[in-house]
Design a protein around this ligand. Sequence first.
Ligand SMILES: [Zn+2]
Length: 292
Amino acid sequence: MLQNEIYVGSMVQGRQYTPSYRSKKREPIPKEDWVVVPDMHEPIISRELFDEAQKRLIARKKTIKAKDKDEPALFAGLFYCEACGTSMKLGVSQQKYFYYMCGRSQAIGTVACSSHYINRDTLYQVVQEDIKRNAKLFSEDAEKAAQKLMELKCADQQKQTTTMKRDLASAKKRLADLDVKLKRTYEDNMSGKLPDHIFTMFIADYDTERATLKANIAEMEKTLEKVRDTKADIERFADLIRKYTSFEKLDRFMLHELIDRITIYETPGMGRCRKGKEKRITIYYKFVGAIQ
Ligand SMILES: [Zn+2]
């Protein structure tokens, strides 16, 4: 059921064909050749849920495959090369330890992308420590941790929030006043109290001020909304991460619950000398993205 596109409202056609007139047997057509027309009918499950289930399914398949090598692919579907976007491929060294390298580099060579080579245990440790560190921060002083994250995500906007709310209120009031004034001026002109040339001048001024005010209001509302959204996202993340204040081992469920993706990047141009190459692992958490 999880793999059936029909549950998210897509129409799937051409999944089978009859290979020859003599044969009544219908042959399956490769999935990539199916005709999928998205959003044809009301979805039974949401597209998000469907995609998430697909992701987990792929991860599960990969885990089973990797178990042959006596090592579950814990980071399957989560770990990507920052430089080219390809997923990092798990490999086993001659010394029998597991490592990851960029799939593109592995397939085409280092001309295509740097290897971004990393020992699996190193990655494990970095991720484990980062989860523990954040869980600790959010369980010890959630308000402070959220505030810090808020500053990271929208520092400038947040600083403006107080003054912006005030400015927004006065801009809205000014806009309402303008409309009243416009109506009065119009009436004065109609009754002959206001000559036409002065009326035209007023109208031009009003139009300009009105347009500016409207643009400013829209801009401020957008900023305030972003601050509100970010706050809500941080709260969601806080609820998630607090569940993991103490855990023994990383498992795939928690990784998928907490993390969108993990990427690796290394400073290029160091030639054959590996020394001095700085590897940077970025963890993009659910709802809040990169935290550092
Ligand atoms: Zn790459």
